[in-house]
Ligand binder design. Structure first.
Ligand code: NI
Length: 247
C-alpha cells in the first residue's frame, strides 16, 4: 500500500493490523553520464513498493533529497545539510507515530545518507529515553537496498569489478527497469572509471570528471534491473518481516 494512494480511512484500517511502515530514502544527485539524477531515490522507492505488495506493508512517500554535498559540482544535484535531513526524519516519525505507527523501516538508496540517518536515530532514541515523548516505544531500522545477500551475489555475478562504488551498473539497471523510457546509451571513456577517495565537491569533479567512481554503467540494462529488483525485494521482504516480528 502506497500511502499517497490511500484514503485516511484505509490508513486507519491498516493501523488496526500493523504498526509498521517502510520509508524509502534517497538522494537527488548526478549518477554519471548515463545514470538518472533520481537514481538513489528511484531504486529504494521501486523496491519498497515491491516489498509492500509482498509483505502487505504501508509505504511512505520517498524522502528523495539527501546529503549529497560532494556531488554539487555537477548540475542538477540538490543537497540537504545533515541537520536538515535529521529534522526531516524526526518530523516524519513524530507525525506518523501520533497515529499509532511505531516501527519505522528506512530503505536507503544512498551511501552518503547512512551517517546522517544513524545520527537521526540516535536523536530520536535519546529524546524517547528522557520519557518526554508520549506514545508507544518505537523501533527504527536502516537497510541499504543493495546490501542483501541475493543482490550482492547477483551484482558480483553480473558486473564483477565493473560494479564500482558510484553510478554502478546495478543501480542504473534498477532505474532502467523502473523507467524503461529513460534508458540512455552513452559511450564510457575509460570503460571502467578510476577509483579513489574524495574530499569535497570541487575535488570530486576534478578527480572524477564524468561523475562515476570505479564503475562501468554502460553495462546497465532493463533485464538486469528486473533481476536485481526481484532479488532485492526478496532480501528486503525477509528483513522487514524479521524486523516486524521482533519484540
Ligand atoms: Ni547511487
Amino acid at each position: 500500500m502506497y500511502l499517497h494512494h490511500c484514503t485516511w480511512p484505509e490508513i486507519e484500517s491498516y493501523l488496526s493490523e500493523s504498526s509498521g511502515i517502510l520509508i524509502p530514502i534517497g538522494s537527488t544527485e548526478q549518477h554519471g553520464p548515463n545514470g538518472l539524477i533520481g537514481t538513489d531515490a528511484i531504486c529504494p522507492e521501486t523496491i519498497a513498493k515491491g516489498v509492500g505488495a509482498t509483505a502487505n506493508a504501508l509505504i511512505a512517500p520517498t524522502i528523495n533529497v539527501g546529503v549529497a554535498q560532494h556531488h554539487l559540482g555537477f548540475p542538477g544535484t540538490i543537497s540537504l545539510r545533515p541537520s536538515t535531513l535529521i529534522a526531516v526524519i524526526k518530523d516524519t516519525i513524530d507525525s506518523l507515530r501520533l497515529h499509532g505507527l511505531n516501527r519505522f523501516y528506512f530503505l536507503n538508496g544512498h551511501g552518503g545518507n547512512i551517517a546522517t540517518i544513524s545520527a537521526a536515530f540516535s536523536e530520536i532514541y535519546s529524546a524517547d529515553s528522557t520519557g518526554s515523548v508520549p506514545g508507544p516505544t518505537i523501533r527504527l531500522r536502516l537497510t541499504n537496498w543493495w546490501q542483501g545477500d541475493e543482490v550482492q551475489t547477483l551484482s558480483r555475478r553480473l558486473y564483477g569489478n565493473a560494479e564500482g562504488s558510484h553510478a554502478t551498473p546495478s543501480e542504473v539497471s534498477v532505474t532502467y527497469f523502473a523507467f524503461p523510457d529513460c534508458v540512455k546509451t552513452v559511450p564510457m571513456s575509460p570503460k571502467i572509471a578510476p577509483r579513489g577517495t574524495i574530499r569535497d565537491a570541487a575535488d570530486y569533479r576534478r578527480q572524477f570528471p564524468d561523475g562515476r567512481i570505479g564503475s562501468d554503467p554502460s553495462l546497465a540494462s532493463v533485464e538486469a534491473g528486473e533481476q536485481l529488483y526481484a532479488a532485492s525485494v526478496r532480501d528486503i521482504t525477509s528483513d522487514y518481516r524479521e524486523f516486524m516480528s521482533h519484540e
